[in-house]
Design a protein around this ligand. Sequence first.
Ligand code: WAQ
Ligand code: MG
Length: 261
Amino acid sequence: MLDDKFYSVRMRASKDGAHEHGGKHISGGELLSPYSGLQQAVNALLEKGLTHSRGKPEFMQIQFELLNEQIKRLQPLTVQTNEVESAEIGRVLACRLLEKSGVPKKIIDKALEQMADCSGIRGAILIDSHSGKRIDKRSAKGVRVSRMDWVDNDFNNWANHYQLPQHSRLKEALALATKVSEHPATIAELCWSDDPDYITGYVASRKIGYQRITKLKEYGDEHGCRIFFVDTFHDVNSYINYLEKQPIFIEWEEENDTRID
Ligand code: WAQ
Ligand code: MG
């Protein structure tokens, strides 16, 4: 590769003030780019923030920085799609899948009670899988996983192969879930969008892969959710550092795909 140095490019957009001044979160995005692709990367994030179903941003910040850390390459998690008829059935299934991943039932219930904390923030909340308590100290902000990407062409080949939609939402969510589940402190992740026009969410873990659930909320609902269930046997600060700082590229090659259908 000619350009062997990569940059982390990040965007956040809000309205009624910047996030730190209590503004409403509209959109965020993160990707990796060589120097030669920075203009395109910034444009892509600008476009993402300007055309968002949560509203017109009144504040936006886009920044890039050179990465000094070595980029780690990961194969995407395996994906399954679970069709459900209602959000209620979807959430019951989500709980079952979390339990299957190793999160005790009472902890799941406790986490869901804290869901209100989760709404309106731009990051994820971290829940201790033993106590059910929130362990990140990022109240209104949450922990934003950053520095991961998946080259479009590679993603499109992957999506074609599995007959899944070639949309950037799936690409971004699967890249994030793959990065998060790779860390041994992650027991499982639960997510659905805060965008009113997107109701498919997922549960992901090393044990069960990326399990899409076609309905986890109603159309029009702007309440999203991203919870990481964490094994606090591991050091929480170094876990957060991994989530925010370790650069990851997702790569898929048909011949190396170890998935068994
Ligand atoms: N790091 C941590 N939390 C994040 C990040 C990030 N990089 N990006 C988003 N979040 C949190 C934040 O609180 C959002 O409100 C919430 O997650 C939802 O984000 O078809 O689109 O980007 O398989 O709206 C999943 C299903 C779609 C995709 C999820 O989430 C599929 C989605 P959104
Ligand atoms: Mg969103």
